[in-house]
Design a protein around this ligand. Structure first.
Ligand code: UD1
Length: 374
């Protein structure tokens, strides 16, 4: 865990802070920090501690060259209310002692939601990076987080045109919305050469383009035994033809064990491994033949990499990955997934990268924020 600094020990005034809490936040915050540095504008990271395992946090800071956060609130795991509440309490205390010029929030996790509520009530200017995405599925905790974060943020930085349209339909003013592109893709472009050099597939005894990568962590997929066993059945079927590498999220590992499904991980075609750091994972995905996932970010990364992606969910908040990219939403039925995998492996796919997913989004974010602040 990054060094803990007791809230209030060191005072930072007139900084811009970006809040990070969990794995998918780091690759969004890293280029933002560097863009502020390039512009000579004081900026620092606040870590809520929502994710705390080395493989889910520290390794990303090291590989992405991120500075140690000015504070780690150390909230850890808990129910949604416990986790969100703990971030709110820690953040409110920290921000009242170190009042920033602005607070930036990324993504849609519980730490993002907590940051928006605290900033709005403290009257701190708040910008949301990745604003406007909507799955229209309120059973998904992230959808609640997105709606509330956007409603409370002063500046809405969207990755794609659908984000702008969703916000306008919810009554937001055009003046509050700036389409900046996808900041995670800045990180992907920056690190792709180093990731390729790692040659992770070879380390696992796999040839480039001759394996699939699987990630699963959504509560709706892994917390329900029937859904989880159906998904693993589909993966087993795919693994009879194409090796499947499966870096297993801690939540998923616990649920597979408690559902008595560990046997699936012993299938000879399934290579179940610990969660990977950013570079190792990019090394793996960038040479994959197929990606199977319930992650949001991976739908976007596979679009840019031009690798077919099957999203194991009923919906997506990232429709541009379907209209422009390589993504197909296939649900959780095992027969449908196996059929879609066969089609993805046999049909050629056209690569089209969405507008502004060009590796320069962080600079546009800094420009938009500074334009509002000055
Ligand atoms: C969270 C985010 C999700 C994001 C995901 C990426 C919310 C609502 N969910 O889900 O949007 O896609 O992160 O991983 O904010 N655990 C560990 N070690 C850790 C962190 C978690 O073992 O470092 C285990 C704990 O048992 C914990 C469980 O994973 O209870 C879930 O962690 P949590 O942060 O609540 O949600 P994620 O499923 O990781």
């Amino acid at each position: 865990m990054p060094t803990q600094i007791k809230a209030g020990c060191i005072r930072f005034v007139s900084m811009i802070f970006t809040v990070v809490g969990a794995r998918p936040n780091y690759m969004k915050a890293a280029p933002i920090h560097r863009a502020f540095e390039r512009a000579g504008i004081p900026h620092a990271l606040i870590h809520t501690g929502q994710h705390y395992d080395r493989s889910m946090s520290d390794s990303f800071f090291e590989q992405l060259g991120m500075p140690t956060p000015v504070v780690n609130l150390g909230v850890g795991s808990g129910s949604h209310a416990e986790q969100t509440g703990a971030v709110m309490v820690g953040l409110e205390r920290y921000l009242s002692a170190n009042r920033p010029r602005a607070l930036l929030l990324v993504g849609d996790i519980n730490s993002t939601l907590a940051g928006a509520i605290v900033a709005a009530k403290a009257g701190i200017f708040c910008g949301h990076v990745e604003a406007g995405l909507r799955s229209r599925d309120r059973s998904m905790p992230e959808e609640i987080n997105r709606i509330v974060t956007d409603a409370l943020s002063n500046l809405l930085l969207t990755p794609s045109a659908d984000g702008d349209a969703n916000l306008l339909a919810e009554g937001r003013r055009q003046a509050d919305i700036v389409r900046v592109g996808n900041v995670m893709i800045d990180t992907l472009f920056e690190h792709l050469p180093a990731a390729r050099e790692l040659a992770l597939p070879a380390q696992l005894g796999l040839a480039p383009g001759a394996y699939a990568v699987l990630t699963l962590h959504r509560p709706s997929n892994v917390d329900d035994t029937d859904t989880l066993s159906g998904l693993l059945r589909a993966v087993t079927e795919i693994a009879n033809k194409l090796p499947v590498v499966f870096p297993v999220h801690p939540r998923t590992r616990k649920q597979i064990a408690s559902a008595g499904l560990n046997g699936a991980l012993e299938h000879p075609g399934i290579c179940a491994i610990e969660p990977l750091g950013y570079l190792d994972f990019l090394s793996l995905t960038s040479s994959a033949r197929l990606i199977l996932t319930d992650s949001g970010g991976l739908q976007e990364e596979s679009t840019v990499l031009g690798i077919p992606c099957l999203t194991l969910r009923e919906n997506t908040e990232r429709p541009v990955t379907i209209t422009h990219g390589t993504n197909r939403v296939v649900g959780t039925d095992s027969g449908t997934i196996a059929k879609a995998a066969h089609e993805a492996l046999t049909a050629p796919q056209e690569k089209r990268v969405p507008e502004l997913w060009d590796g320069r989004t962080a600079d546009r974010i800094v420009a938009a924020v500074m334009q509002r602040l000055t």
